[in-house]
Write a new protein. Structure first.
Length: 113
């Protein structure tokens, strides 16, 4: 995640690569992913079936971990990905609040991810 005030000062090259990530590509992939999540969540909620939809995701990640650049995949990065997955399994289930866009602990699901 980038600070808007910092990103406002980036030039073309800053949007293409910054701090080991690809911000422009990340914006498009993240927004697409968020729109799909919002749409599917809304459909399930309108059918009173929101308990049947869960998206496993860590919204606290930042920096290079979020990069979609698979060309630079290394053993260390893959090991970090495993650690992130193991950490997710220990967290309680949370869902995005469709009104605020904020992830909140789910009171409907009592298991962990």
């Amino acid at each position: 995640k980038n600070d808007a005030n910092v990103a406002a000062k980036w030039g073309v090259l800053g949007w293409l690569t910054h701090g080991g990530s690809t911000p422009l590509v990340d914006v498009f992939t993240q927004s697409s992913s968020d729109m799909v999540d919002l749409l599917i969540s809304t459909v399930f909620q309108s059918l009173q079936s929101e308990h049947n939809y869960i998206r496993i995701r860590d919204d606290t990640l930042s920096g290079e971990v979020l990069s979609v650049d698979v060309a630079t995949a290394t053993t260390k990065k893959l090991e970090n990905l495993v650690k992130i997955g193991e950490g997710l399994l220990k967290k309680p289930v949370s869902k995005v609040n469709l009104d605020t866009g904020v992830y909140e602990a789910s009171d409907q699901i009592t298991i962990t991810n």
